[in-house]
Design a protein around this ligand. Structure first.
Ligand SMILES: *Cc1c(COP(=O)(O)O)cnc(C)c1O
Length: 378
């Protein structure tokens, strides 16, 4: 029996534990310590972000976004149905109504061409999700947002080090939310980040992240005592988390190069399947590939079930992805009833293949051989 190939294996550079020990020995392991400052600086000085704040998760960054934009009952928020539950929860928690958009035929990203038809006088926010790190059509989305004076919150959980026409994803909308969950490219176990691209929201973002207090400004010496001035919660991570993250960021270039190389090998080996009608990722010319995930689109649900079983039997853990939120037990009754055929298709037919830093070329060949073998007979 060949060894099991997991779907994911968290990347570990070796320096994570060293930096965590440093953080512990420094005597300050609560939020906004030395490593947090280092990480903030790296994003702001090296990666083209205006202002960032580390959070305990992307979920928290999205919740901060909903608070910052004063979303409340009666407000409508447009987002794709084919996304993670946190994209919606953040706004539903504020009492908003989610209006689900369909995905495009090309890839699971939100269909910007149909966006305008979903806008009503109650619409406040559009939330594009850059699925697989592939940019949504931000030009078209921004145009609708500008025309109707809407905020844009990019769910950039998959999208670290990826670009739309040369601009860093997460910096194009009003706000951007990133994840450092262990399944993402750059990780800290759990972790996230809010990118604040509208300067007018920066001061309040710090307050909301620190339980609605002016504590952050107090530590900078800008106010002489700190108090409760706004709504907020505890959205800031321990410096131990930031220490782990710093070791990952130091290796950003290597991580990304390796993931892209694996992605390219998958693409080259599996491209012939397109002649049989099996779909591979499609990148519009405005988008870049950050090697976050590699997927196939099967021709039917039974075919996907058979492919996953075939791979599992041979020790390979491939997985499907989101169930469409408009059909979820929680939201189905609240959904306006529109069919979203592309979201449903991706939910039924998309397969993600193992993709992680340590995946060897030999193991990857095993995976592609098994996929090709399956399609010789299916
Ligand atoms: C992973 C993910 C999230 C949530 O990230 P957490 O850091 O686990 O909260 C949100 N949106 C998308 C699209 C994701 O893939």
């Amino acid at each position: 029996m060949l060894p099991l190939i997991p779907f994911n294996k968290p990347y570990f550079s070796g320096n994570e534990t060293r930096y965590i020990e440093q953080a512990v020995r420094s005597g300050k392991i609560s939020g906004d310590g030395l490593f947090t400052q280092r990480v903030h600086q790296f994003f702001e000085e090296q990666l083209g972000f205006h202002k960032v704040l580390l959070t305990t998760s992307c979920t928290d960054a999205l919740e901060m976004a909903a608070l910052l934009l004063n979303i409340g009952p009666g407000d409508e928020v447009i987002m794709p149905s084919f996304t993670f539950v946190s994209t919606a929860n953040a706004f539903v928690l504020r009492g908003a109504t989610v209006v689900f958009a369909d995905s495009t035929a090309l890839n699971p990203n939100l269909d910007a061409a149909a966006l305008e038809s979903l806008v009503t006088p109650r619409t406040r926010v559009i939330v594009p999700v850059h699925y697989a790190g592939i940019a949504c059509d931000m030009g078209a989305i921004q145009a609708v947002a500008t025309r109707h004076e809407l905020a844009v919150v990019e769910d950039a959980a998959h999208a670290i080090d990826s670009y739309y026409r040369g601009q860093t994803l997460g910096t194009l909308g009003t706000l951007g939310a990133f994840s450092f969950h262990e399944t993402k490219n750059i990780i800290s176990g759990e972790g996230g980040m809010l990118a604040i691209n509208d300067e007018r929201l920066a001061a309040r973002a710090e307050v909301i992240r620190e339980k609605g207090t002016t504590r952050t400004a107090f530590y900078r010496g800008e106010v002489d005592k700190y108090g409760w001035v706004d709504l907020g919660s505890s959205f800031l991570p321990s410096d131990i988390i930031a220490a782990y993250l710093w070791a990952q960021l130091e290796n950003l270039a290597d991580i990304q190069q390796q993931r892209r190389a694996i992605w390219q090998r998958y693409y080259a080996a599996l491209a012939p399947l397109q002649q049989q009608g099996i779909g591979l990722p499609v990148l519009p010319d405005f988008a870049t590939n950050n090697g976050h995930l590699f997927y196939l689109i099967c021709r039917s649900l039974p075919e996907r079930t058979a492919l996953l079983a075939h791979l599992k039997q041979r020790g390979i853990w491939a997985v499907f992805h989101y169930l469409p939120l408009h059909q979820s037990p929680y939201y189905a009754a609240r959904h306006d009833g529109r069919a979203l055929p592309w979201a449903e298709l991706y939910a039924d037919q998309l397969v993600r293949l193992p993709l992680f830093h340590e995946l060897s070329e030999a193991d990857q060949r095993r995976i592609t051989d098994e996929v090709l073998g399956f399609y010789q007979t299916y």
